[in-house]
Write a protein that binds this ligand. Structure first.
Ligand code: YSA
Length: 346
């Protein structure tokens, strides 16, 4: 029987050698290693053999089985490699060529600007906070001393969310500025606090070179004991120096916002015309970048803070115009045009 096994092995290996496709290989497997194969028959008949012979034949049969299984595996690997190369060739693919690199994504220039501005303020001890874009009229207007019929509402044409209360009021809107978060922050965080609030804001406005109906702002707020206008000015000058560079001229002057008293605005020299006057700066040579001021006592009171004890400064700026100023881009709409040739430059 051992002799038979040896012959079976030699025959099987000879046949295996001549096989050159996977289909034939499968028939070979069934023939030599399948349930009805000669080898399986030998293994099943072991029980009928005398003990001494059973041991020798059993060991021999297992050895042959292991050898055939091993050879089958090796042959299969060879044939699969050949098949892959053949099908690649048929499809005109040269698998020896180097692969195509995956195009890597990058952050949108506005996102990059938000990160950069936040980094500057966090290095000055501010914490980054975010809030809802769908907001209550109360936080966006009322709490900031802008009741209904207040003329300041006209400066921010509002997109109302179509939702009516029982009394017919429509108190929800898409926030028109990130200042809507100021009272929410004061209600939640006890002073001393220093936060910046970046995010999207919406206004019912037509697009032009410097306006889009959706844009980005970042507000800042610092509340504590003994905070003064000098802290506000120092913080904003430091920001302008770090974002726009040491040499850029800055203008700081009075302005009015209902939620601060006194109020101020900051402008920087126009980067497109260098202060001479052009389309971007409306021929003034200056571009206003932010509004600011000392938090109004009534706003502090609404948050439950005593204005005799606490004071605060606040500021808010449009983000989208920042990279315009820095790189001399004269149309804000380029940021939203999805033109990859433009966006890939940043
Ligand atoms: C003022 C004082 C504070 O203590 C805090 C915040 C503020 C800013 C105030 N909340 C506000 O929104 N003022 S603003 O209406 O003049 O807008 C601020 C900035 O947003 C503008 O200076 C401008 O840079 C940008 N902006 C306004 N409308 C825009 C726009 N950017 C792009 N598209 C628009 N449609």
């Amino acid at each position: 029987m051992l002799q038979e096994l040896e012959e079976l092995k030699l025959n099987a290996l000879r046949e295996l050698d001549a096989i050159n496709n996977l289909k034939e290989l499968e028939s070979w497997r069934v023939r030599y290693l399948g349930r009805k194969s000669e080898l399986t028959r030998v293994l099943r008949s072991l029980a009928t053999l005398p003990l001494a012979e059973r041991k020798a034949v059993g060991a021999g049969a297992n050895e042959v089985k292991a050898k055939l299984e091993d050879s089958l595996e090796q042959k299969e690997q060879v044939l699969r490699g050949v098949q892959l190369a053949a099908s690649a060739e048929e499809g005109g693919i040269d698998i020896t060529l180097p692969g195509h690199p995956f195009p890597t994504g990058r952050l949108h220039p506005i996102t990059q600007t938000i990160y950069e501005i936040c980094d500057i303020f966090t290095s000055m001890g501010f914490q980054v906070v975010e809030g809802p874009e769908v907001e209550w009229d109360y936080y966006n207007f009322e709490a900031l001393n802008i009741p209904e019929e207040h003329p300041a509402r006209d400066t921010m044409s509002t997109l109302w969310v179509d939702f009516e209360t029982d009394s017919g009021e429509r108190p929800m809107l898409l926030r028109t500025h990130t200042t809507s978060m100021q009272l929410r922050v004061m209600e939640k965080m006890p002073p001393p606090l220093r936060v910046v609030i970046p995010g999207r804001v919406y206004r019912y406005e037509a697009s032009d070179a410097t306006h889009t109906p959706m844009f980005h702002q970042i507000d800042g707020l610092a509340v504590g004991k003994g905070i003064t206008m000098a802290d506000l000015k120092g913080t904003l000058y430091e920001f302008a120096r770090r974002f726009f560079g040491e040499d850029r001229k800055v203008r700081f002057r009075c302005d009015y916002f209902p939620f601060v008293e006194p109020g101020a605005e900051m402008a920087i020299e126009c980067s497109v015309c260098g202060g001479k006057g052009c389309r971007l700066c409306g021929n003034t040579g200056w571009i206003e970048i932010l509004g600011a001021g000392m938090t109004h006592p009534q706003v502090l009171q609404r948050a439950g803070l005593d204005p005799e004890v606490y004071s605060g400064f606040a500021f808010g700026m449009g983000i989208d115009r920042m990279p315009m100023l820095r790189y001399g881009i004269d149309d804000i709409r380029l940021f939203y045009s999805s033109d990859l040739r433009f966006l890939r430059q940043f």
